[in-house]
Design a protein around this ligand. Structure first.
Ligand code: NAD
Length: 381
């Protein structure tokens, strides 16, 4: 039976992305899916209802999308999970490791929750579906633009009749997807860029970008799945002291360090900030409700310290580049749908490596081994 895909407008404050673009709609309708789009769903990302209709979608009310779709696409889970029905798929960035109540309610409702956050990052065939990567790329790019706009000088060396300016010295802490994109963007703007990561593998990635690698003494912090591990208390303290001494040399610091499921490590301490020059800028991409990489950074807020250092707590940066971020996300989702519903026919097959990784609830139960509540036998359809 043909699968009907639904797309609803995102409702989180400041969220301007949409989970499926008109281009993605065309791909899905050509592959045999039907598509329902909530009126105005793409507006924040500058995609018009008429474009969705031209690509073969039916534009309708939010209630109709919930009621008549077999699979609902979103970025964040919609605020009314009770509107979903038994057997329906919900596909998005559902944060299953930190939102146990949501996952439990989806399981209870008999919804098959599919979370792109859990995609195996290093599996070759999953790369086209990797929404964490596509959105981190946008965030790394935008973080550098924010830094450049807040910085009181130029990023490049400029030779003019009025004299020569020195290029900005930029330090990027954390060389995952966002950090490597931040490095590339800062280099394109002409800055002299240095990078640092606690994982050994990331240091060779760093070297290949042309950035200088900041060499700090300390242990290798490689964990599982390609991610970093949390440093021990004494390791973290030694790292912070070394970084405190290093950051003072830089005009701009962009921090992107994360450890899955943990509080982000504090890499720029109050002492580090106090040592930086007035007019310098720090952008904390890791700033969030559980803290960030920079002492005192606040998500979605810009603070200027008493010494004159601007600290920008990045919020949801992908939402601020909504057209590009939605386009990439939509392609990720279309690639995942090709796996979950080949030829437009929904096929939940947990023997498939990708599906086993991303399907969190199914048949009324939380089935993912990493998700809290998985052993709770009381969850019933
Ligand atoms: P992330 O957002 O979890 O973390 C960002 C970076 O912060 C990481 O490089 C991490 O090592 C670093 N970090 C953590 N603690 C630190 C500390 N105390 N000091 C300095 N740096 C610290 O990372 P991500 O961007 O989601 O990438 C996670 C992994 O997935 C990486 O290994 C990446 O290469 C891999 N990945 C692979 C593919 C692929 O193979 N196609 C695609 C995407 C990501």
């Amino acid at each position: 039976m043909t699968t009907t895909i639904g797309v609803v407008r995102e409702t989180a404050p400041g969220e301007r992305r949409v989970a499926l673009t008109p281009d993605g709609t065309g791909r899905l309708t050509t592959s045999g899916f039907q598509v329902l789009v909530e009126k105005g769903a793409g507006q924040g990302a500058w995609f018009d209802d008429d474009e969705y209709a031209a690509a073969g979608a039916t534009v309708c009310t939010r209630d109709d999308v919930f009621a008549d779709s077999d699979a609902l696409l979103c970025i964040d889970a919609p605020p009314e999970p009770g509107a979903l029905h038994t057997g329906q798929l919900l596909i998005g960035l559902l944060s299953p490791l930190t939102e146990p109540d949501l996952i439990r309610s989806l399981a209870t409702a008999g919804v098959t929750a599919v979370s792109l956050d859990l995609l195996p990052r290093t599996l070759g065939r999953a790369q086209a579906m990797d929404a964490l990567t596509s959105q981190a790329n946008v965030a790394g790019y935008k973080a550098v633009l924010l830094a450049a706009a807040a910085y009181a000088g130029y990023f490049p060396m400029l030779m003019t009749a009025a004299g020569t300016t020195r290029p900005a010295q930029v330090l990027v802490l954390g060389a995952g997807v966002a950090g490597l994109q931040a490095i590339a963007t800062a280099r394109r703007l002409g800055a002299l860029v240095t990078g640092y990561d606690v994982r050994e593998a990331a240091r060779s990635d760093l070297a290949s970008t042309g950035a200088t690698v900041l060499d700090l003494p300390g242990p290798a912090g490689t964990g599982t799945g390609g991610y970093a591990r949390e440093l021990t208390g004494s390791e973290a303290q030694a790292q912070q002291q070394a970084l405190d001494a290093a950051v003072a040399r830089f005009d701009v610091v962009v921090t992107t360090a994360q450890v899955p499921g943990r509080r982000p490590p504090e890499l720029v301490s109050p002492d580090g900030l106090a040592a930086m020059r007035p007019g310098s800028v720090v952008v904390d991409l890791a700033a969030g409700p559980r803290g960030g990489n920079v002492a005192g950074s606040v998500p979605d807020a810009t603070i200027v310290t008493a010494r004159g250092v601007t600290v920008i707590g990045a919020g949801n940066l992908p939402a601020t580049v909504p057209h590009a971020a939605s386009t990439a996300y939509s392609r990720n989702v279309c690639a995942l749908l090709a796996c979950l519903a080949p030829g437009g026919v929904r096929t939940v097959d947990l023997s498939d490596e990708v599906q086993a990784a991303v399907v969190v609830t199914h048949g009324g139960r939380i089935i993912h081994p990493l998700v809290p509540g998985v052993l709770d036998e009381e969850v019933t359809p």
